[in-house]
Ligand binder design. Structure first.
Ligand SMILES: *[C@@H]1O[C@H](CO)[C@@H](O)[C@H](O)[C@H]1NC(C)=O
Ligand SMILES: *[C@@H]1O[C@H](CO)[C@@H](O)[C@H](O)[C@H]1NC(C)=O
Ligand SMILES: [Zn+2]
Length: 305
C-alpha cells in the first residue's frame, strides 16, 4: 500500500502524458471543421489566427499546459473518476470534480466564454481553442479515469519501446502504416465513414446525449441544443449534461477494453492494437462531430447536421 502511494506521489510530479497526442487532436479538429455551419465557420475563421484551423489549433492546450503561465489549466484536461476498472466504471461530478476544476466544468466555462461579448478577442480566442481541445480529451478513456493516474503509471511497450497505456503510440503506428503519416488523409477517411459509411446511422445518437444506462424518458429530454441553450439561459457554471454523458461513455471503455491489456505486453504488435484502433477511431470521429454540433448550436442556433 505505502508503495503505491509513494509511486503516486512521485508520478504526480511528472507532467501527465498526453492521451491522444497532437495527431489525435488534429484529427478531431479536422473532422469538426468539415461539419461547421455557416455562422460557426465564419466565427472560427475570424477568431483563429490567419492560416489556423480547428485542426492545427487543437493541440495548443497540451503545448501550453507545462508552461508556468498556464499551470492552472492542467487539471482542466481530465476528470479523475474514482471508479474501479475493469470491474466497475462510472463518472460522478460530485465525487470526481468536487473542487470544480475538471474537464466537465471547463467545457461549461468555455462554452459560456466563447459567446461572451464582454470578453476580449484574446479571451474568446483562448475559449475556442480550449473547447477545440477539451471536447477531444473528454472522449479519451484515460482522461476520464483516476485509476493508476489515468494509465500513466501502467508500464507497457509499443513496437518494442517502453510506453504506458496513455501513450499515442497506437495512433502513430496507425498513421504510419495506413495513411502515409497524414492526419488529413486519416481524418478524411473518418469523415467519409460519418457521411456515408459505417458511422452514418450512429450520428444522431452522438448528438442526442443518450446514455445506454438511462431510461428512454430522460434521454428524450436533452440533446446538444437544449443542453447548451439551457446552460446559457441559466448562466450557471454547473457542468452540462452532454459532456457528462460523453465522459461516462468514454469511461465505460476502460471496463470494456482499455484495462484488458496484459502487463508489460507490446500494445502495438498484439491483438490489443487490432482491438484498440476501431475504438480510437470511433471516439475521435464522435468527438469531431460533436465539436461541430456544439459550435453550430452556439453560432447558428442548431446542430445543422
Ligand atoms: C474558466 O476560464 C478562466 C479563463 O481562462 C480560467 O481562469 C478559469 O480557471 C476557468 N475555470 C474552469 C473551471 O475552467
Ligand atoms: C448501422 O449500420 C450497420 C451496417 O452498416 C449495422 O451493422 C448496425 O447494426 C447499424 N446500427 C444501428 C444502431 O442501427
Ligand atoms: Zn489535453
Amino acid at each position: 500500500m505505502w508503495c503505491a502511494t509513494l509511486t503516486a506521489v512521485f508520478v504526480s510530479l511528472l507532467p501527465k502524458v498526453h492521451g491522444w497526442g497532437a495527431s489525435g487532436h488534429e484529427a478531431v479538429g479536422a473532422i469538426a471543421q468539415q461539419f461547421l455551419a455557416s455562422e460557426a465557420s465564419s466565427f472560427v475563421a475570424s477568431t483563429l489566427d490567419s492560416g489556423e484551423t480547428l485542426s492545427s489549433a487543437a493541440p495548443w492546450a497540451d503545448d501550453v499546459r507545462s508552461e508556468s503561465a498556464f499551470a492552472w489549466s492542467a487539471p482542466l484536461h481530465f476528470v479523475d473518476a474514482e471508479d474501479d476498472p475493469p470491474s466497475s466504471c462510472s463518472v460522478s461530478e460530485s465525487r470526481d470534480c468536487s473542487d470544480g476544476e475538471c474537464i466537465l466544468t471547463a467545457i461549461a466555462n468555455y462554452t459560456s466564454r466563447v459567446v461572451d461579448d464582454s470578453l476580449s478577442h484574446e479571451q474568446i480566442y483562448e475559449a475556442l481553442k480550449f473547447l477545440d481541445h477539451f471536447i477531444g480529451d473528454i472522449g479519451q478513456p484515460l482522461h476520464v479515469e483516476a485509476f493508476e493516474l489515468g494509465g500513466n503509471d501502467i508500464k507497457a511497450k509499443c513496437g518494442g519501446s517502453s510506453t504506458n497505456l496513455q501513450d499515442s503510440g497506437l495512433i502513430n503506428k496507425r498513421l504510419k502504416a495506413d495513411f502515409g503519416s497524414s492526419v488529413a488523409t486519416w481524418a478524411n477517411t473518418l469523415v467519409t465513414r460519418i457521411k456515408s459509411g459505417e458511422y452514418a446511422n450512429l450520428t444522431s445518437d452522438w448528438i442526442s446525449c443518450s446514455s445506454t444506462t438511462e431510461q428512454v424518458s430522460r434521454r428524450e429530454l436533452r440533446n446538444v441544443e437544449t443542453d447548451i441553450k439551457g446552460h446559457l439561459a441559466s448562466r450557471s457554471t454547473t457542468p452540462l449534461e452532454c459532456p457528462h454523458i460523453w465522459a461516462v461513455e468514454a469511461n465505460e471503455l476502460n471496463c470494456e477494453f482499455v484495462f484488458t491489456y496484459t502487463q508489460f505486453s507490446d500494445l502495438c504488435s498484439t491483438s490489443y492494437y487490432d482491438g484498440a484502433i476501431p475504438l480510437i477511431e470511433l471516439q475521435l470521429a464522435k468527438q469531431g462531430f460533436r465539436l461541430a454540433a456544439w459550435l453550430n448550436v452556439l453560432f447558428d442556433g442548431s446542430p445543422n447536421l
